[in-house]
Design a protein around this ligand. Structure first.
Ligand SMILES: *[C@@H]1O[C@H](CO)[C@@H](O)[C@H](O)[C@H]1NC(C)=O
Ligand SMILES: *[C@@H]1O[C@H](CO)[C@@H](O)[C@H](O)[C@H]1NC(C)=O
Ligand SMILES: *[C@@H]1O[C@H](CO)[C@@H](O)[C@H](O)[C@H]1NC(C)=O
Ligand SMILES: *[C@@H]1O[C@H](CO)[C@@H](O)[C@H](O)[C@H]1NC(C)=O
Length: 228
């Protein structure tokens, strides 16, 4: 009986705790993620990897915070936008969303339901045009391969180029082992207001870019197969 009461007492507290104090919107650059192996067509833009509740005192993320299973029926209305902006580059889109909801989304479930989580991520993505900021700053993924300074890329995302401003905040860049731009994290406070990514994230060694970053283009579309 005593055990049972303690159980009832602690369970809601465990799930109510917020193991995070900011969010990262993680955007992937498909040409690097795919490394020439993706067969599915995706829009030529940064696409969403996930919205990750994060802890500013350490780079490790809280994960798998509650057992709420992913339910695709709950986000049916968002599906067309998710298909476009949050594609799985190698397989079924829903498998990717399930994995992101269960790993990361459940950690902010106290604030955002499954529908809220996906719709917030879409809204945030819509409002940061990383591709546009870079283009405006003269940073373009031109063939065959162009290499830029890491600081140039970060500065243009933060401060913008000659035509328009950037996010106003420091992003975190992620690179593949051979220093190709893989992903960019943009950071938000708990009210989803943009903020600088914290030093723990900026200095995190995993997938750290060195001073020269390859920003490679999408492969050319397959040649059309002659006369029909
Ligand atoms: C972040 O992690 C630290 C160290 O594990 C922990 O003490 C702290 O409570 C966490 N922050 C939040 C907001 O949960
Ligand atoms: C993409 O889909 C495949 C199969 O449908 C799945 O195995 C894979 O884990 C998914 N990718 C991600 C990043 O979730
Ligand atoms: C890329 O996505 C952003 C939204 O994040 C959008 O504003 C922009 O128009 C897109 N660019 C292209 C070339 O599709
Ligand atoms: C950065 O990485 C590239 C590719 O791995 C390498 O060729 C280059 O020497 C590295 N530069 C520095 C300064 O470490």
């Amino acid at each position: 009986m005593k055990v049972f009461i303690w159980f009832l007492f602690f369970l809601p507290i465990v799930y109510a705790a917020e193991p995070y104090d900011y969010f990262q919107l993680v955007l992937q650059w498909p040409p690097t993620v795919c490394h020439g192996t993706c067969t599915r067509p995706v829009q030529q833009n940064f696409t969403i990897h996930g919205l990750w509740p994060s802890n500013s005192t350490k780079p490790e993320l809280p994960i798998n915070c509650s057992p709420s299973p992913f339910n695709p029926a709950l986000i049916k209305d968002l599906k067309p936008r998710l298909d476009k902006c949050w594609p799985n580059l190698t397989g079924e889109n829903e498998d990717f969303w399930k994995n992101q909801w269960e790993t990361h989304g459940t950690c902010s479930e106290d604030t955002y339901s499954e529908h809220g989580y996906f719709s917030k991520a879409l809204t945030l993505k819509k409002n940061v045009d990383i591709l546009g900021y870079l283009d405006n700053g003269g940073i373009k993924p031109l063939p065959p391969k162009v290499v830029y300074r890491k600081s140039e890329i970060s500065d243009v995302i933060e401060h913008g180029g000659h035509k328009f401003s950037g996010t106003g905040h420091k992003p975190r860049l992620w690179c593949s082992g051979d220093n190709e731009l893989l992903e960019i994290s943009v950071c938000y406070d708990l009210h989803l207001v943009l903020m600088d990514c914290p030093p723990t994230l900026l200095n995190y060694q995993i997938n750290m870019c060195n001073e020269t970053v390859g920003y490679y283009p999408f492969p050319p579309p397959p040649a059309s197969s002659g006369s029909s």
